[in-house]
Write a protein that binds this ligand. Structure first.
Ligand SMILES: NC(=O)c1ccc[n+]([C@@H]2O[C@H](COP(=O)([O-])OP(=O)(O)OC[C@H]3O[C@@H](n4cnc5c(N)ncnc54)[C@H](O)[C@@H]3O)[C@@H](O)[C@H]2O)c1
Length: 395
């Protein structure tokens, strides 16, 4: 039996948020485990936090130490990948250093702060051939994968219109003024990047659109607005887009819509039908077809050749859900699916076999690059009052 992969954490101490969903997902299958961490920027606290971790891990005072110590460990204790769960300004440096030390990288989104950094990460991962995943959580839902199959297989005809959105309300007031940890860095351009709401959740809406449709954004007309006084970054992000097949799309995000929690959703309208999916109801996809009752497909309960689905729904999709429909999968399961697929690539890479970090199972470093390119293009457009602005050529 293969030994579990060793994962090292960068970030995650003292009231951190997203590390907890990840660490559950890492342990989900018993084939990956967290063994080490540099959990906090101050070395003393980083070590204390590691000592207080719910199960034993090796603590390090910094990610530099975590990465440097790795080479001298016995082979079966070395890290197979690191998970970067720090604020956005601490993504680039540990990712770059880990790759150069021969450690694969799974990094939170947005990939980094600038397109220059993103390009350097893409080039280095290609040059060194290191697996690199970006944590666009919602691609890990089985229903996202099924949506991708339906749309890319052409079952809705040609895509004409996409509305991909992520609406929240938790920053409707100046929460950052209270010192709330997650709010404080998200509204600081030095730590969050050039966009607040767009970088934080607009990138998820963009990724959902690209993943499900296979289309790219070619130009944007963006309005990046700040409703809460005194906040230096956008808290409301509305982008009208042209897609690579000529279709139109709205990619929008907001953090000031009181009462909205994590309302990520996508509607894809094609020439012969429309698909609707909402992450707050992640087990079902609705398909609207002309002059027919709506079809609702539940995860794990679909029948190939039912009059809409073809007979050859990929076996991988049919086989994959392990919990019967009706027993709900959600956020943690989606994260687990991403780590499970990343694990396959890391194992192939370590064994010297080819791996396909092609974006079909989790977002890759090129997807992360596209997210940053999108944000920079939106910033340019928004500064020119929404003037149509072309996306840069893919790297
Ligand atoms: N994929 C998703 O669904 C999702 C959800 C939430 C957050 N995120 C992303 O995850 C990242 C973290 O967000 P969060 O809300 O968990 O933030 P957080 O503030 O809750 O946690 C950040 C952690 O990083 C640590 N840290 C900061 N600088 C460090 C350094 N130099 N060395 C070691 N540790 C350091 C902090 O001490 C803290 O433990 C962000 O990039 C965010 O955009 C993604």
């Amino acid at each position: 039996m293969a030994k579990p992969l060793n994962v090292g954490l960068v970030g995650g101490g003292k009231g951190a948020f997203i590390v907890h969903a990840h660490q559950k997902a890492i342990h989900f299958d018993g084939t990956r485990r967290v063994v080490a961490g540099a959990l906090y920027p101050e070395p003393k606290i980083a070590l204390e936090e590691a000592a207080a971790w719910p199960y034993p891990i090796r603590g390090y005072g910094s990610y530099d130490e975590l990465i440097a110590a790795n080479a001298s460990l016995p082979a079966d204790e070395r890290l197979d990948y690191i998970l970067i769960v720090t604020p956005n300004h601490v993504h680039y440096d540990p990712a770059m250093k880990a790759m150069k030390a021969g450690i694969a990288v799974f990094c939170e989104k947005p990939l980094c702060l600038t397109l220059k950094e993103a390009s350097a990460l893409v080039r280095t991962s290609r040059r060194l051939g290191v697996p690199f995943g970006v944590a666009h959580t919602y691609l890990g839902h089985w229903t996202s994968r099924f949506s991708r199959f339906i749309v890319r297989r052409g079952l809705l005809g040609d895509v004409r219109w996409v509305d991909s959105s992520y609406l929240q309300g938790w920053l409707a007031t100046r929460l950052e003024a209270t010192g709330q940890q997650q709010a404080t860095w998200r509204v600081d351009p030095k730590r969050a990047g050039g966009s607040g709401c767009g970088g934080d959740i607009g990138t998820h809406a963009l990724m959902q659109l690209r993943y499900v449709t296979g289309l790219d954004v070619t130009r944007v007309s963006a309005q990046m607005e700040t409703f809460v006084e005194g906040r230096p970054l956008d808290d409301h992000f509305t982008v009208y887009c042209t897609l690579s097949n000529g279709a139109r799309a709205l990619v929008r995000a907001s953090q000031i819509c009181i009462g909205f929690k994590n309302e990520l959703g996508i509607d894809v309208a094609g020439t012969s039908g429309t698909l609707r999916w909402r992450q707050e109801d992640p087990e079902r996809i609705t398909i609207h077809l002309p002059n027919q009752p709506d079809r609702v497909y539940w995860r794990g309960a679909v029948t190939p050749g039912d009059g809409f689905l073809p007979k050859d729904v990929p076996a991988e999709l049919m086989a994959e859900p392990t919990i019967p429909s009706g027993h709900g999968e959600a956020f943690h399961d989606a994260f687990a699916r991403l780590h499970r697929c990343f694990e396959r690539d890391v194992r192939a890479w370590k064994a010297g076999r080819p791996f396909t970090s092609d974006g079909s199972k989790y977002a890759n470093v090129e997807d992360g690059w596209t997210g940053i390119a999108f944000l920079e293009t939106c910033l340019k457009s928004s500064r020119k009052k929404g003037a149509w602005t072309a996306m840069p050529k893919a790297i």
